[in-house]
Design a protein around this ligand. Structure first.
Ligand code: IPM
Ligand code: MG
Length: 360
């Protein structure tokens, strides 16, 4: 199989972690007889430096023309980087949000599972972590608070800022359908997270999710308020299978969920549209503090590449091979700094990529 992959390495640790994912993909191609062609594109801070804007039409068009997009991370230190002196719509993050919107990537899948070998890195009490957990956060990605009307104005001499949380029925329906479809492939449970005791948008969310649920009688649906969900994630994460939620709630809960897996450096993600096209990126940020030091954990990016093989290219066997290579390397005791524990072998970002490629 021959596939064209648009590659956005981005800023900070982005270039380092993407290089390792490409190393692993190349090994997959070699072993299974595929050909992956890469086209490198700019987005985020590096695009601001080169083009004056975080996202160009050229990058959008080239991504659309590709079979999938592999991304690292974007952005810099928000207190020191000159990118954050620019107006909000010209900062690195605006590039990512613009790309998600332009490509129609409304469904963000973030699988969070505790690798048995990393249970020591899990900050939860032993009696909770020993039960393990394996959940998938389905975050709505092109609506809600992130894309509602926003402005800052002076009102009667007082500076006032407004952000709005808006959802239409079709927007809720399509993400709910994705959640139930994915749940059918898993343990058949959906937890819909909202704030229906306060927000109108959540009350509509709940109603539409219930309607969609009728088409999936095998799936058990439960509703949970977002504040309670934040608590349940650290109290009993094993209860969750698929969690579906609004953009901002999903942003926050997925960072929380990543931390209980041991490190945000372990959390992969896929952002999909209605088809099998997707953008694959680790959930973590650009970590400017360790950029360029060959210290970052490339596993989330490598697992994101595995999601690309599975969801966009339908290469299940190859995706399984990448996931079991990650397992094998962890089993063999290799760790980057973020997941290091006593008795294990500390490796660099590039060594971790090489080890995983060797296990393919
Ligand atoms: C994420 C990130 C982004 C988001 C930022 C970089 C805009 O935190 O992918 O979770 O908030 O969506
Ligand atoms: Mg986030």
């Amino acid at each position: 199989m021959e596939k064209n992959i648009a590659v956005i390495k981005g800023d900070g640790i982005g270039p380092e972690i993407v290089a390792e994912a490409m190393k692993v993909l190349d090994k997959v191609a070699e072993k299974y007889g595929h050909k992956f062609n890469y086209e490198q594109l700019l987005m985020g801070g590096c695009s601001i430096d080169a083009n004056g804007v975080p996202l160009t039409d050229e990058t959008i068009e080239r991504c659309k023309a590709a079979d999938a997009v592999l991304m690292g991370s974007i952005g810099g230190d928000t207190t020191t980087s000159p990118w954050y002196k620019l107006p909000a719509n010209l900062r690195p993050e605006a590039g990512l949000l613009g790309l998600r919107k332009a490509l129609g990537l409304f469904a963000n899948l973030r699988p969070c599972l505790l690798f048995r070998q990393l249970s020591d890195a899990c900050p939860l009490k032993k009696e909770i972590s020993s039960k393990g957990f394996d959940m998938l956060i389905m975050r709505e990605l092109t609506g809600g608070l992130y894309f509602g009307k926003r402005y800052t104005e002076e009102k009667n001499g007082v500076m006032t800022a407004v952000d709005t949380l808006e959802y239409s029925e079709p927007e809720i329906r399509r993400i709910a359908k994705k959640a139930f479809e994915v749940a059918m492939q898993r343990r058949k449970k959906v937890t819909s997270v909202d704030k229906a005791n306060v927000l109108d948008s959540s009350r509509l969310w709940r109603k539409v999710v219930e309607e969609v649920a009728r088409d999936y009688p095998e799936v058990k649906l439960e509703h949970m308020l977002v504040d309670n969900s934040a608590m349940q994630l650290v109290k009993d994460p094993a209860q969750f299978d698929v969690m579906v939620t609004e953009n901002m709630f999903g942003d926050i809960l997925s960072d929380e969920a990543s931390m209980i897996t041991g490190s945000i450096g372990m959390l992969a993600s896929a952002s999909m549209n209605e088809t099998s096209f997707g953008l694959y990126e680790p959930s973590g940020g650009s970590a400017p503090d360790i950029a360029g030091q060959n210290k970052a954990n490339p596993i989330a990016t490598i697992l994101s590449a595995a999601m690309m093989l599975r969801y966009s290219f339908k290469l299940d066997k190859e995706a399984d091979a990448v996931e079991s290579a990650v397992n094998g390397v962890l089993e063999a005791g290799f760790r980057t700094g973020d997941i290091m524990s006593e008795g294990m072998t500390l490796v660099s970002c590039s060594e971790m990529g090489t080890k995983i490629a060797e296990f393919i």
